[in-house]
Design a protein around this ligand. Sequence first.
Ligand code: ZN
Length: 225
Amino acid sequence: MRAESGTDSTFATVFYEFDGCDDDVTVLQPSFQEMTVATCYAGRSVPVMHDPRPLTGEPLALDLVDTVWVDDTGDRQDLFTDRDLRSAWLARWGLPNTAGRAAASHLAEARDAIRGVLERRGDPAAAAALDAVLARGRLRLSFAGDKLEETLEAPAAWQPAWRAARDLGRLLSQRPDRVKRCANPDCVLWFEDTTRSNTRRWCSMTGGCGSRLKARRHAASARRG
Ligand SMILES: [Zn+2]
């Protein structure tokens, strides 16, 4: 394994190379506490950066939508306004990280289109916006050995957007009733409900909307009592 470090204003930037993906990789840097710099995600080694979002870990299409959130003060936040965080997000998903404004705007277009379909299911205009993203790529199928392989043919700058759009199609065709928006009307986060009972309502119960609502209800009943 080789690791080099540099810094920028917000966090350590670590360039790394290592063979396996068995363990997290931790380095000690002069100006930082001991920190984990890479972890294993879907079999790949990816850099770890502080992800400020309240909800992570959703499937690709929803994780893209969840790069926009409303913070505790009611302000809308966008992970992608920070180019390094956008790069880290792409790396986490193993997606091409093409420099330049075009790739960023394609990703933003896909994000808007996915949100549109989620919020207005069945609306032809929302579907058309998603189709416009999907039209930027096509899948080539081929046999490799005895396996069918899918190869995406799309410009690198469109690949992240295309893959996210396709992932939404997969989610909505496989588990449409499991794709939900947080029940807090002020919250814009989406998640896949993987509970056995299909009763999840909140983006988060710990420190998120669920706990805030509980706190408000508690305060209201205390006032009444
Ligand atoms: Zn929420």
